[in-house]
Design a binder for this molecule. Structure first.
Ligand code: THU
Length: 129
């Protein structure tokens, strides 16, 4: 397992969480990840009056990854509410799989696991090849 500064990633996630736009749920989320070139990308949730249009924190993180030149995600963490660790929702696991694959390390309340453990037998780019 590569040396990951999980504390630093959590601090980034908590910092971006403070900027969340969550007037409907009042539940702020912040996510941060390390890319394979050393960049740290992050995102917060952005809600909408059309509730279903809400953007999860992971959406912003993936946008920053791609807009910043792409690359692969290596390690991911996510915090919500009072800044406690949370696990990504199902849709966001799929988003993370596209850019991190089975090996992506995910920090959870139960410890660090691989994305494969959180999203077994994922459908992904290889299925379309
Ligand atoms: N949320 C995220 O940002 N990421 C997740 O993985 C779980 C849920 C947000 C969406 C919504 O703004 C709020 O948390 C409550 O569901």
């Amino acid at each position: 397992m590569p040396e990951i500064d999980w504390e630093g990633l959590r601090a980034t996630a908590r910092s971006v969480m403070a900027r969340a736009y969550a007037p409907y749920s009042n539940y702020r989320v912040g996510a941060a990840a390390l890319a394979d070139d050393g960049r740290v990308v992050s995102g917060c949730n952005v809600e909408n009056a059309g509730y279903g249009v809400t953007l999860c924190a992971e959406c912003g993180l993936i946008s920053e990854l791609v807009a910043g030149g792409g690359g692969r995600l290596v390690a991911f963490t996510c915090v919500g509410g009072e800044g406690d660790l949370i696990t990504p929702c199902g849709r966001c696991r799929q988003l993370l799989f596209e850019h991190g694959g089975n090996e992506l390390l995910v920090e959870t309340p139960l410890g660090v696991v691989t994305l494969e453990e959180m999203l077994p037998q994922a459908f992904g780019p290889a299925d379309l090849a």
